[in-house]
Design a protein around this ligand. Structure first.
Ligand code: ISL
Ligand code: CA
Length: 550
């Protein structure tokens, strides 16, 4: 079977852009659509098939666009609708589709719907949101639910004498999906963008729609799948698009409810099982990094098996909410380049669609902020207040934010070694990482052994080798704490993928890896073949993929 018989998004590699931090075209210190257009050749050279574009809609930017005040406008700091159309067209000419970020679990408290809803209990928009009365016994909010970004999840509005619900915070009131008129409005917005020829949607916190507030069921509520299916019927059916829903709650045994073909909901989910497994059970993301390779491998393998025959996996280590992979899972010191390649290879050669987060293709590192004043993220700042009030010291919190806070992913893309890394000619809205002089696109791309060139090879392998998109998956050496090894099999071919996750040279017992002879199709140190020895010597962070006949 040829690759052409698969949907485009199964052979394509995705690339996420967080527009505020990507490239600034007009010197105001904020990345914008013009900046993205100016860098399309960089993305074409990488070989990606689509961009997941984080929100560019009109927004007061409390949460950098994940708080939308007008679903049919572009935020002025990002550009205009004409700029957006130009992006879609120019990207298409380079073989790249634009997948929009759809944030419809909540909107901004400055959205017209919400402003109207606060004026009267009788207007139609009032019921677009979740309202509850005061508790008679306490004269306080209906329950003690906290918002993700700090404070109570309930906010009082005097003019209507009620509380509204904001899972993330008061600036992001939750939309009442139980109201059919609200659902129709949302579907209209979605079709309006789809009719512009976009490639699909990444759907923000899809797990939160359909909640049952009164029984305090917030995620994967009783009506979630019904609403997603309705969305599919109203917007996706008959269109050649890709949809991926963000769900922290999805597990291997519920995954197919979202992305099983016959379900007609979404094509993929972004699950976070491999991400929050490394979070401290008490301290959450701002605690220490508890990464454990056998757990990580088990989780990824469980997802590979759950979606082996139906559904489809998304493959990623990084996004705009997560730390930089080299800092978190690899080495951001002497083995930065090699470990970046190892992490990319072990992720990209599983079955599914890989997503590269901006800057990952040159091995950008965590921010390493030293002062509180450098942090910009609403979650980090909200949790700082929340957690210091509970007795966590400021320094302990800053240390946690440096390990896992969302600003790590949001420092500007490092394009070259000129001022502000070539991101802006003005003052950047968030500090550029001081290491930009040594780590930047220009330098990395000039190096034939750079990280960018390696990602190009990975993208090309996926397009050229059927086994990468179609082969079965089996985890090997599953309990080994040092190496990630798996094999893919298709017909008479086998692809063995192996990565040393440690900064030490090790010797791997080759017992489980029979029939090792074959051709190395990609490696991060010079290695052309693998001889059948009892032990395989591995350099620190070494990774290779070996293709053989079986
Ligand atoms: O990681 C998280 C849990 O601590 C949160 O940072 C995050 O809010 C959650 O992953 C949901 O993320 C999405 O929705 C948020 C937005 O702030 C994130 O940027 C987005 O990816 C609200 O829209
Ligand atoms: Ca700008």
């Amino acid at each position: 079977m040829t690759q052409a018989m698969q949907p485009w998004w199964k052979t394509a590699t995705g690339y996420q852009i967080y527009p505020r931090s990507f490239c600034d075209s007009n010197g105001d210190g904020i990345g914008d659509l013009g900046g993205i257009i100016s860098k399309l050749d960089h993305l074409r050279d990488l070989g990606i098939g689509f961009i997941w574009l984080s929100p560019v809609y009109a927004s007061p930017m409390r949460d950098n666009g994940y708080d939308i005040s007008d679903y049919r406008q572009i935020a002025p700091e990002f550009g205009t609708l004409d700029d957006f159309d130009a992006l879609v067209t120019q990207a298409r000419d380079k073989g790249i589709r634009i997948v929009m970020d759809l944030v419809v679990n909540h909107c901004s408290s400055e959205h017209e719907w919400f402003l109207k809803a606060c004026q009267s209990r009788d207007c139609p928009e009032h019921d677009f949101f979740y309202w509850r009365d005061q508790r008679p016994d306490t004269n306080g909010p209906p329950d003690d639910q906290r918002a993700c970004f700090g404070g109570s999840a309930w906010t009082w509005v005097e003019s209507v004498g009620r509380y509204y619900y904001g899972h993330f915070g008061a600036q992001q009131p939750e939309l009442n999906w139980h109201n059919p008129a609200l659902r129709r409005e949302v579907f209209d917005v979605m079709n309006w963008w789809l009719d512009k020829g976009i490639g699909g949607f990444r759907i923000d916190v899809i797990e939160l729609i359909g909640k049952d507030l009164d029984n305090r069921v917030y995620v994967e509520g009783p009506d979630m799948h019904r609403f997603i299916a309705e969305m599919h019927a109203a917007c996706f059916a008959g269109r050649d698009i890709m949809t991926v829903g963000e769900s922290w709650s999805a597990k291997p045994d519920t995954a197919l409810l979202y992305c099983g073909k016959a379900r007609k909901e979404v094509d993929m989910v972004f699950n976070f099982n491999h991400i929050d497994a490394a979070w401290d059970p008490d301290k959450g993301r701002f605690g220490p990094n508890l990464f454990d390779l056998p757990t990580h491998k088990r989780i990824l393998a469980d997802w590979q098996h759950a979606l082996a025959d139906d559904g489809w996996n998304s493959l990623y280590l990084s996004n705009h909410d997560l730390p930089r992979p080299v800092s978190h899972y690899g080495c951001d010191g002497p083995f930065r380049v090699r470990s970046a390649k190892m992490l990319a290879m072990t992720m990209h050669l599983m079955k599914g669609t890989p997503f590269i987060y901006q800057g990952e293709e040159i091995g950008m590192t965590n921010a390493n902020f030293t002062e509180l004043g450098q942090f910009r993220d609403i979650e980090t700042l909200g949790q700082l207040t929340e957690q210091t009030a509970r007795g966590v010291s400021r320094q302990e919190f800053i240390d946690g934010a440096n390990i896992n806070g969302r600003d790590n992913a949001r420092t500007p893309v490092q394009w070259d070694s000129s001022a502000h890394a070539g991101f802006t000619t003005g003052d950047p809205w968030i500090d550029v990482n001081a290491n930009y002089v040594d780590i930047n696109v220009e330098l990395d791309r000039a190096d034939p052994n750079g990280i960018f060139a390696f990602y190009q090879d990975l993208v090309a392998l996926r397009e050229n080798l059927d086994i990468v998109t179609k082969g079965s998956f089996a985890s090997l050496c599953s309990n080994d704490p040092n190496v990630f090894v798996y094999e893919r099999v298709l017909g008479t071919q086998r692809l063995l993928v192996l990565g040393n996750f440690t900064n030490k040279a090790i010797s791997l017992d080759a017992g489980e890896l029979s029939d090792k002879d074959g051709k190395v199709v990609l490696s991060n140190i010079t290695r052309e073949t693998l001889k059948s020895n009892e032990h395989i010597p591995l350099e620190p962070y070494e990774a290779f993929a070996l293709l053989s006949d079986i």
